[in-house]
Write a protein that binds this ligand. Structure first.
Ligand code: ZN
Length: 440
């Protein structure tokens, strides 16, 4: 039995005792509930007990680019950050997750290394339409597509015709398409100076590229009555059309990331490519509008888009440096620190980073809430304790992060997976994560 004066439940935050058996929550009881004979009590005092976070956007890169990241290190970073489920992106590993054979390879590699539960996205490429249905049946949670170059040659983008074809196929079997939405023509037309100045990089990935791509995607979703999800939204310019599409009944969901919510273009030093990602971190005024959209539900959820590489690929030229921010372990404290400053509470953070992400991938029958019948996955958080980010002390493979030197609120004391404490004060058990498949 787990006990805290602050348990975040779907009905709000309250003092409670959570009974656990067989890896599941069996009941949420009053704080002073009697401990059943033979059961052990873990009393967390005033530390907050919240549902383990569900991060549906993680690039693990294993196998094939394991020097960038691997299942062992990524899932330890997740556990250290209070994340109990990750869903791995289909690209940057070799092979990419674009056939059932490749999925099998990925699952074989992940199985013995997973410190948290791991699910997989499939990939939609120009030439794999025939593989989509078999991947869906094999348990991927949906399909990722790019509209502009992905950064790796084995994962080409879809043009509008191919996007339409893949989306028709996916919606035909009730699947989900998730999209990196930057329009290639707007990117081509933007100035490309390259070099060390962040302002030049920002100009090369304009808001219009995102706005246009999101607009096209909404049109396709509407035409096919298909379910689509916009990955890592950075441009506030797309928010009005997203809000309008949702109001009209288009089946659209949208995520953004901790780095867009907590870091700003104005603070990026010259040459500091640990801040480089696509779409880019934008100006403070843009960030304010993203927060407003989270508050009013235009943006559904927050995921990390943890996309690391080795340090040598993070050169000081923004044009050629690898694009991707490493923030898996820090996502909860980073978002909580800024959310609190803006008047939000932890219930909001849990909704954005656990409840709604679980729903996005159809795992809301067992993840994303402290509720009887759900997996006993928890994070125990000391919300007022602070720490300063030391990249070398983080669990992901390469000690590179845009959050270096930041002081953040919220220390994850322990993380629980199906009733087992898998991380405690930075110490880990042997891997106990399961490989997850889409709920049929
Ligand atoms: Zn990504």
């Amino acid at each position: 039995m787990l006990r805290s004066t602050r348990v975040i439940t779907p009905e709000g935050t309250r003092a409670a005792s959570v009974a656990v058996a067989g890896g599941r929550i069996t009941a949420v009881l009053p704080h002073d509930a009697e401990v059943p004979a033979g059961a052990r009590l873990e009393d967390f005092g005033d530390d907050v007990l919240l549902p383990g976070l569900v991060d549906t956007h993680v690039h693990v890169n294993d196998p094939g680019r394991t020097e960038w990241e691997g299942f062992w290190t990524a899932t330890r970073a997740a556990a250290a950050g209070g994340i109990t489920t990750i869903v791995d992106m289909p690209l940057n590993s070799l092979p990419p997750t674009t056939t059932v054979d490749h999925l099998r390879t990925k699952r074989d590699v992940a199985r013995s290394k997973a410190h948290v539960d791991v699910g997989f996205w499939g990939g939609a490429l120009p030439d794999n339409v025939k593989d989509l249905r078999p991947l869906h049946d094999a348990g991927v949670f949906g399909f990722k597509a790019f509209l502009s170059p992905s950064g790796v040659e084995e994962f080409p983008e879809l043009d509008q015709d191919r996007l339409a074809r893949s989306l028709a196929e996916i919606s035909g079997f009730g699947g989900l398409l998730i999209v990196h939405a930057e329009d290639p023509h707007h990117l081509d037309a933007a100035p490309h100076k390259g070099g060390r100045r962040y302002a030049d990089f920002l100009a090369s990935r304009p808001r219009d590229a995102e706005n246009t791509a999101v607009g096209n995607l909404v049109a396709q979703a509407r035409r096919l009555d298909a379910r689509v999800h916009v990955l890592h939204l950075s441009s506030s310019g797309a928010l009005p059309l997203i809000a309008a599409a949702k109001a009209e009944g288009v089946r659209l969901t949208v995520e953004t990331c901790p780095h867009y919510l907590t870091l700003t273009a104005e603070e990026v030093p010259d040459g500091a490519s640990e801040f480089k990602c696509c779409p880019p971190i934008r100006e403070a005024a843009n960030q304010d509008l993203l927060w407003q959209a989270l508050a009013d539900g235009t943006i559904d959820c927050v995921v990390t888009d943890h996309s690391p590489s080795t340090a040598d690929l993070k050169t000081d030229d923004f044009a050629t440096a690898w694009g991707g921010v490493s923030g898996l372990q820090l996502s909860l404290p980073a978002v909580w620190t800024e959310a609190r400053r803006r008047g939000h509470d932890l219930e909001d953070v849990v909704r954005w980073m656990s409840t709604r992400t679980a729903r996005l991938v159809g795992l809301d029958h067992r993840k994303g809430a402290v509720l009887a019948g759900h997996d006993a996955d928890f994070a125990v958080l000391a919300p007022d304790e602070t720490f300063t980010v030391d990249p070398a002390a983080l669990e992901h493979r390469n000690p590179v992060t845009a959050y270096a030197g930041k002081t953040l609120s919220g220390v994850v004391k322990s993380t629980w997976l199906r009733g087992r404490r898998v991380m405690s004060e930075g110490r880990f058990t042997d891997p106990a994560g399961e490989l997850l498949s889409r709920h049929p």
